[in-house]
Design a binder for this molecule. Structure first.
Ligand code: SAH
Length: 262
C-alpha cells in the first residue's frame, strides 16, 4: 500500500464549517496529528483514531516542525491512514505547502483538503462582506508575523484599495497602524478585530486605524484574532443605520464612550 497523508483544514472553529471531504478523511483516519487552533469538537468524526497534539502556538512551547514531519512519515510508512489536521485552511499561513513538499520528496502521497480560513470566516460571521461591490475590488491576506522579520510593502498595501485581512497581528497593532499611516492610509479607515471567529466565544471590536491599538487594549483583545482593515469593515453598519435610522442600534464601538464592556 502506498504511504499517504491527508493535509486537512479544520476550518476556523465551528465544527459545522468543516467540509464534507474533511469529515470523510477524519472518518478514515487511524492517526490524527492535530494543531492547537483546531476545535476538539471535530474529533467526534474520528472516535477510534490515535490523536497526537502537535501544537505550535506563537510564543509558547511548540513541537519542532522536523519532529512533526518525521511523525507523519513514520505512520504513513507503517501503512496507517494519517490525517494532519490544521486550523483554517492548511495552505493559508499553515505550512501546508512545506509539509506537502517534504512528504512528496520522500515518496509519500499527499492529498490537501481545503478548510475555511479564519480571515474569511471571521469577516462573514461579523457581517463584513470583504469584497462588497463598489467598495472593495479585492482582498489581501497578510501575516504580521514572519520568521525572518522581512518587511511587507506597507505602502502598496495602504494604497492598493483592497480590504486587508491581517493574521497574527494582535501583538503588532501599533506597528501595523504606523506603517499603514506612513503608507498613506486614512487615519479613520474602519477596522474590525475579530477574536475566536466562529466559536461561541467569538468577540468583535470595531475601531479605526488610528485608534485600533488603544481600543484593542481596552477591549482586552487576545489571540487568535484577525484584523479586517478597509471601508467594508463599516459598510454594513452604515447601510443599516441609513435604512433604519435611529431605530437601528449599532453595535457599541470599543472606543472611550462605549467603555470596555463589549
Ligand atoms: N491556517 C490558519 C491560520 C493559521 S495562522 C487559517 O487558515 O485560518 C494563526 C492565526 O490565524 C492566528 O494568529 C489568528 O490570526 C488566525 N486565526 C486562526 N483561527 C482563528 C479564529 N478562530 N479567530 C480569529 N483568528 C483566527
Amino acid at each position: 500500500m502506498n504511504a499517504k497523508v491527508w493535509l486537512v483544514g479544520a476550518g476556523p472553529g465551528d465544527p459545522e464549517l468543516l467540509t464534507l471531504k474533511a469529515v470523510r478523511a477524519l472518518r478514515e483516519a487511524e492517526v490524527v496529528l492535530i494543531d492547537d487552533l483546531v476545535n476538539d469538537a471535530v474529533l467526534e468524526h474520528c472516535p477510534t483514531a490515535r490523536i497526537i497534539a502537535v501544537g505550535k502556538r506563537g510564543g509558547c512551547r511548540s513541537t519542532p516542525q522536523a519532529f512533526i514531519h518525521r511523525l507523519m512519515l513514520r505512520y504513513a510508512r507503517q501503512g496507517q491512514c494519517v490525517v494532519r489536521l490544521k486550523g483554517g485552511d492548511p495552505c493559508i499561513f499553515g505550512r501546508g505547502g512545506e509539509e506537502a513538499q517534504w512528504l512528496r520528496e520522500r515518496g509519500v502521497e499527499v492529498e490537501l483538503v481545503n478548510g475555511i480560513t479564519a480571515g474569511l470566516a471571521g469577516a462573514t460571521q461579523c457581517d463584513i462582506p470583504l469584497t462588497l461591490r463598489g467598495v472593495a475590488r479585492g482582498v489581501t491576506l497578510v501575516t504580521a508575523h514572519t520568521q525572518d522579520d522581512s518587511q511587507l510593502n506597507w505602502q502598496a498595501l495602504a494604497q492598493g484599495g483592497t480590504t486587508l485581512v491581517i493574521y497574527m497581528g494582535v501583538a503588532k497593532l501599533d506597528e501595523i497602524r504606523d506603517q499603514l499611516l506612513a503608507g498613506g492610509m486614512a487615519a479613520d479607515m474602519p477596522v474590525a478585530m475579530i477574536e475566536n471567529a466562529s466559536l461561541p466565544e467569538q468577540r468583535e471590536c470595531r475601531s479605526d486605524l488610528m485608534s485600533m491599538g488603544n481600543d484593542a487594549c481596552r477591549f482586552g483583545l487576545k489571540s487568535p484574532a484577525i484584523l479586517v482593515i478597509g471601508a467594508v469593515a463599516a459598510a454594513v453598519e452604515n447601510q443599516r443605520s441609513a435604512a433604519f435610522g435611529s431605530a437601528y442600534r449599532s453595535r457599541p464601538r470599543a472606543g472611550a464612550a462605549a467603555g470596555c464592556d463589549l
